[in-house]
Design a protein around this ligand. Structure first.
Ligand code: KIV
Ligand code: ZN
Length: 570
């Protein structure tokens, strides 16, 4: 035995393995003639937010009344038309909240509130009290139907569980009659809880039995919500369960098939998407998937997935930062930096080759090369969710010159000539390697300033005057600080730059040739600044870049010359 082999238990000598024999593969049904894989999602489903119920029930610290109000306002603002507002028969806070939004007239006419209720008489009665006076209500009734729950929790036969559901439906029907008479538009939603662990034929049977009692019509349908209360298998199996249900449900046209997936295997979104392909029409979920255990279906991701396929998501998600901040505040759970469409890093490229491709893709889009969004590595335009293209590129030790160029251009309006970029990138690379982390835009800028603009060295421009002698000749007289001394220099040339260079050459007594020069405006308007990027060659052919910034173009140029000379002497 090798005592250091991590796959071997050092005490027993047995090979270490996980206890996988404890688990059985999930094989809910056989549906070889399934049709859903050939379907595409072409329209947005009816969304129902369950943030204030399923999401809230799963929090370490449930939402306070104020937080519930804040979350409600956000959900309405985003555009949800169906919102599960709580479990009023089980929680006084939920009861009070439902009463509050009804009595304070906070429910827009086109929004339906949904309340959850277990299949028990006294809870049904209390729920009816809670929703009295609301214009549009979905009464969401549920009971567990899975083989496991029937056996270990209820110790009941299928027929007894069915009776429990139908009796409860009858009670809901009777107790909601006065509400309907008083003007409430009331819809029944029935959930065979733990649907994924329920035999599909039995799920159809119990839903059919509930429908027979409720007597929905094509105009006033019942909602049948098929929860993946615990995600048990790959999402295609859930889609099979949905297709089977829809094919076999009698009077299917009188029901809206709704999905409510959880995320135990990390495929809650995929399951709902495939369930939609299998014919479902309505989706329940929460913002960012907050919910029991690994959470509920993440409605933001699913809606944005539709959006990215050119489908109107039916929700307004443009102010993603606000949605994140309200969610974080109400749930006290931070949104992960890699949360699809919303996390801090989800539109960010650190890798040089990705940055380069994004830059080229953006240039292509901006030139109008294609009316569609086609930018490598960016599935959507970050500005559609309130982001900015310039946040897509961030620099660390894995980024190349493209990242540096991007930051200087997009944050500071400075485009470097390629030789200067090649020269400056290693400076940034060294900084990021020393730092070990990300270099923010201002750190890169400060490095650029101390390398090329405020260069330490013997020379400093104190003052200058230029005169035009004629069209071809200008003279320059300047005061230059050279170490401890102040020196007056004088020169003439074809323009001010030429004149100043000549003045400096006389003082320095060595040749300096301008070999690269560009000057452009940095900012528009009254604060307009000019930047001059200039390179000088010395007598050995060595090239020194210097950069000057000023509101005055001549000053910018003179500063760039001084910076370049200082770099030579450095
Ligand atoms: O996950 C679930 O099954 C539920 C039901 C009450 C719909 O939340
Ligand atoms: Zn749930």
């Amino acid at each position: 035995m090798n005592a250091e082999d991590p796959s071997v238990n050092p005490e027993s000598g047995a090979t270490r393995t996980m206890p996988f024999h404890k688990y059985k593969p999930f094989r809910p049904l056989s549906l070889p003639d399934r049709t859903w894989p050939d379907n595409f999602i072409t329209q947005t489903p009816r969304w129902c937010s369950v943030d204030l119920r399923d999401g809230n029930q799963a929090l370490i610290e449930p939402m306070t009344p104020d937080e519930k109000q804040q979350m409600w306002d956000l959900l309405v603002e985003i555009g949800f038309k169906e919102i599960e507002v709580g479990f009023p028969s089980a929680s006084q806070t939920d009861f009070d909240f439902v009463r509050k939004i009804i009595e304070e007239n906070r429910i827009p006419d086109d929004v339906t509130i949904q309340i959850l209720c277990q299949a028990r008489r006294e809870l049904i009665e209390r729920s009816c009290e809670a929703v009295a006076g609301a214009k549009n209500v979905i009464f969401h009734l549920y009971n567990s139907t899975s083989a496991l729950q029937r056996k270990v929790v209820f110790n009941m036969e299928r027929s007894e569980i069915t009776k429990l559901a139908t009796d409860a439906t009858e009670i809901v029907k009777r107790h909601t009659e006065p509400l309907i008479a008083a003007g409430t538009n009331l819809t029944l939603e029935y959930s065979p809880e733990s649907y994924t662990a329920t035999e599909v034929d039995y799920a159809v049977e119990i839903c059919d039995a509930v429908m027979k009692v409720w007597e929905p019509t094509v105009e006033n349908k019942v909602i049948l919500n098929l929860p993946s209360t615990v995600e048990m298998g790959t999402p295609n199996l859930y889609a099979d369960q949905i297709e089977y249900f829809i094919r076999n449900l009698p009077e299917r046209e009188k029901a809206v098939v709704s999905l409510h997936t959880h995320n135990d295997r990390g495929t809650g979104v995929a399951a709902s998407e495939m369930g939609l392909m299998a014919g479902a029409e309505r989706i329940e979920g929460t913002l960012f998937g907050n919910g029991e255990r690994t959470g509920n279906l993440d409605i933001i991701t699913m809606a944005m997935n539709l959006f990215s396929q050119g489908i109107d998501p039916g929700l307004y998600l443009a102010d993603m930062a606000k949605i994140v901040s309200v969610s974080e505040e109400c749930t006290k759970i931070p949104i992960h930096v890699r949360q699809p469409y919303a996390g801090e890093l989800v539109f960010t490229a650190f890798s040089g080759s990705h940055q380069d491709a994004i830059k080229k893709g953006m240039a292509f889009v901006e030139e109008g090369g294609d009316s569609d969004w086609e930018v490598p590595y960016l599935p959507i335009d970050p500005s559609d969710v309130g982001g900015h293209y310039r946040e897509t590129v961030r620099v660390n030790s894995q980024s190349g010159k493209g990242g540096v160029a991007f930051i200087l251009e997009n944050f500071f309006g400075v485009t470097l000539p390629r030789p200067l970029l090649l020269e400056f990138s290693p400076v940034v690379q060294a900084l990021s390697e020393a730092d070990g982390g990300e270099l923010k835009a201002d750190v890169i800028w400060n490095a650029f300033v101390s390398e090329y603009i405020e260069v330490e060295g013997p020379y400093q421009l104190v003052d200058y005057q230029v005169h035009s002698e004629n069209d071809e000749k200008e003279t320059c007289q300047a005061t230059v600080q050279v170490a401890e001394n102040t020196v007056e220099v004088k020169g003439a040339g074809s323009g001010p730059i030429d004149a100043f260079i000549n003045a400096m050459v006389e003082t320095l007594n060595e040749p300096l040739n301008v070999v690269d020069y560009q000057e452009y405006a940095l900012k528009e308007g009254s604060e307009a600044q000019a930047i001059c990027i200039l390179a000088l060659n010395d007598e050995d052919g060595e090239k020194y870049y210097g950069v000057g910034i000023s509101q005055n173009t001549t000053t910018a140029a003179f500063k760039s010359i001084i910076a370049a000379i200082n770099r030579k002497w450095r």
